[in-house]
Design a binder for this molecule. Sequence first.
Ligand code: ZN
Length: 437
Amino acid sequence: MPAERPPRSTVFRGGLVVTQDAARRVRRADVRVEGGRITDVGEAGTLRAEETVDAQRRLLVPGFINTHTHVANAPLRGIADDRDLAGFLETMFAVDARATDETIEAGAAQGIAEMLLSGTTSFLDLYYGEDAVARAVERLGIRGFLGWAVLDAQFTTQRGVPLDNARAFLGRWKGRPRVTPLVAPQGVYVCSEDTWLGARDAARAAGTFCHFHLSETRKEVHELEAKVGDRPVNWLERIGFLGDGMVGAHGVWLTRREVETLARRRVGIAHCPSSNLKLATGGIAPVVELREAGVPVGLGTDSSASNNSLSMLREMHVAGLLQKHHRWDATALPAQTLLDLATVEGARLIGRADDLGSIEPGKQADLVLFRLDHPTLAPARPEAVVSHLAYSASEEAVDSVYVAGEPVVRARELVREPWERLRAAAERAADHLWAPR
Ligand SMILES: [Zn+2]
């Protein structure tokens, strides 16, 4: 078992630091880390520690927070492209029925590798079989906020009662440094009132929160309206589900009144623009209105089968372009805001604003070191690097990644396990899932 925390203090010497502090300063600085946390950000060349990392040719950025995915689907990349959501889901459900603990863990490890290598240090997941995902999280050293999927008994492929499974999962993974267990109602199309309220109660009792799909498609909104006479947010409010700290994914088809309700209930939204565009969701999430109303918004890649990338760099790029184009407004979601969504705002969305999302004393040392000499980061001027991160930086520019001060990627190689081994296991999982014998 690898050590959870490096024993020594470290100074990252003289890098260009995108602090994401309150003033959004970008500065040449030393960053000192001890016990997994940042203890100091000071003038370059002034801080001391037992270990020194030369960061002069590096851009230091807070680790990205991917606020919605289904990481175990990584081996399903390309299996259901270019179909509408109904056709996509049909394939996904058929393949899901073939998943085993082994394919889930191997798939999660593949997805986590891709996330770490593109600078993501925390992710929110929605799936069943999350024990296997949690094992992959602990093996590779990323932070996983893992939501056990709950839905009505007649819709599930889970063995046993989903809500009981979720409660047991919460109990098993409580108090781990890298795993935070959540409860994840799948969506209004498969969850009854009892399931929603049971999920809320289970999360509350365990001191955690709910993560769920919300108003992704027009179909789901119209079908619920036909059934109960209300749109999803209005109905969830009516049954008393909505509450502090919850995270809905997508939030595409929302009315102004629903946006106000989310703000009042302090429910946030994980915006997943690539997945929405690829599945031709049609609508565009009202990200600007959500933010103006005070709703916390983060960015999510959704799964490898619907995006098909797990890179937050790409997600920032797409999110920015989509809102600008759609609103006829080039000032919508500027580069700084896009980086905020991927870092500090993502941290706020998952209730970890005090702990994650910026390079400041007291925060977890979740750091990404980009190569400042990479072509996609040139010119490497302090006033331009935030723009580069949002619009041009390649995943290949990520040199090393630290979680809680521990190196998990170094010189573009995973530290804890070799990619070649993870790849072989993921290919075996894909063989089983794509063409079962
Ligand atoms: Zn999803």
